[in-house]
Design a protein around this ligand. Structure first.
Ligand SMILES: [Zn+2]
Length: 423
């Protein structure tokens, strides 16, 4: 653990202010996107104290996407000449047009360094063998995980161009001790292992690290992964346009924001005012080292709970209990009850007989309705329904479906099928 991770808050804030000021000095001469945004009455907004950050305008994904449309191909959020950039990645584009992101070597090294914090917090060291169960494409997550493991000094194994069984065999053969993949895929691998008579608990994997979607911070999902793999499971949070900003510690109660490299604000989406400890709001992030393609006061759209600054692990970095709770636009309002897909996962994953499920969302007049399709024995349906009623105060129609009929996922799962008319 770095010294800053356990430092008192004033030291952390002094560090953040220094980094932000230095970064602005590097961004502003050439970055047309932020130069324009930070210009107010012919003066650039100056940052004298950390509280001045609140004077800067927000950055939204929509804004970055339309900037790339206006200034093809890569937009105006570049602080250096194009020849300085060495990495190209893009977002998955699930919520619209993919965003193209470039990194300089310096920014890419910063990504890798952020990932070393994720590994260290999970107890991973240079003695580990890290297997990345992922087809390497333009999605940034696992490339940066790969670079981070290399930087840590661990033996790093790419698992691209393999099917699930080949990946399992490869992990067996090389004695992998760490698995990095999405939480959905860790469960899919467990299912394939079972089909082929492989007992994952006999593998050398002792740590699994998950990114790309909530899951490893949902207690029932985490427990299911840990039991299948006989390993400890850690959550990680990151975004293509932001960086690898959060990691789970040994307490496994959620994620810490890496405040050495990011500034976090948690704001009430309705008022844009900071929420108090214990309350839920939208996470707004500023990165402090990706100067080639920075993001200042970026609206992540992710809802998180403010968990204060103390943790049994000794870190004083901001805690987000339960990790990312969901996207602000994922929340469903069913008969007046707020339902997050993660809450459904937390109930369904408690039942070992449930192998996969899907949430069907429809509209009944002005109201959202949900129904579930669940791969499980028919006899279990009424028990699951009762659990849902107790936990969510909702009666949810559930249709049992045959084992193996619902889709499986290697990357982010798409378990919510939205049949509501588009507005
Ligand atoms: Zn902690």
């Amino acid at each position: 653990m770095s010294r800053l991770e356990t430092a008192d808050r004033s030291r952390i804030e002094t560090h953040q202010l220094g980094r932000l000021q230095e970064g602005l000095g590097r961004i502003l001469p050439a970055n047309r996107f932020y130069r324009r945004k930070l210009l107010q009455e012919s003066e650039i907004i100056s940052i004298e104290r950390l509280a001045d950050l609140a004077r800067l305008p927000f950055t939204s994904k929509r804004e970055l996407v339309s900037d790339q449309e206006e200034h093809p191909l890569f937009g105006a959020n570049l602080s250096y000449p194009l020849s300085e950039y060495v990495r190209f990645h893009q977002t998955s584009g699930t919520a619209g047009r993919p965003l193209k992101i470039l990194d300089t070597q310096e920014s890419w090294d910063w990504w890798a360094e952020c990932w070393t914090s994720v590994y260290r917090a999970a107890g991973v060291s240079r003695d580990d063998i890290v297997f990345l169960a992922f087809g390497f494409g333009p999605f940034i997550g696992f490339w940066s995980a790969y670079e981070g493991a290399k930087r840590l000094g661990a033996l790093t194994v790419p698992g691209g161009s393999m099917d699930s069984l080949q990946r399992l065999r490869a992990m067996q053969e090389i004695d992998a001790t760490v698995l990095v993949c999405t939480p959905s895929y860790a469960l899919r691998l467990a299912e394939v292992a079972q089909e082929h008579g492989i007992d994952l608990r006999e593998l050398s994997v002792r740590v699994t690290i998950h990114a790309g979607e909530p899951g490893a911070s949902i207690p029932a999902t985490r427990e299911r992964i840990e039991q299948a793999w006989g390993a400890r499971t850690y959550d990680h949070a990151g975004m293509t346009e932001m960086g690898a900003y959060g990691f789970a510690c040994s307490e496994q109660q959620g994620i810490h924001v890496n405040e050495g490299e990011f500034i976090a604000e948690i704001l009430d989406p309705a008022t844009n005012q900071p929420v108090g400890e214990g309350q839920v709001g939208e996470l707004i992030l500023t990165n402090l080292g990706r100067w080639g393609c920075p993001a200042l006061r970026y609206r992540t759209g992710d809802l998180v709970r403010h968990g204060g600054y103390s943790c049994a692990c000794g870190r004083s970095f901001l805690m987000l209990p339960g990790g990312v709770l969901g996207r602000a636009d994922d929340m469903l309002i069913v008969r007046g009850v707020n339902v997050y897909p993660s809450a459904l996962a937390n109930i369904l994953h408690r039942f070992p007989e449930v192998t996969e499920y899907r949430v069907i969302v429809t509209k009944n007049g002005p109201l959202d309705e949900i129904a579930l399709q669940v791969e499980c024995p028919t006899a279990l349906i009424s028990t699951i329904q009762e659990e849902m009623r107790v936990a969510l105060n909702l009666r949810v129609p559930i249709e049992p479906v045959e084992l193996g009929t619902l889709p499986r996922f290697e990357l982010k799962a798409k378990r919510v099928v939205d049949h509501r008319p588009r507005l």
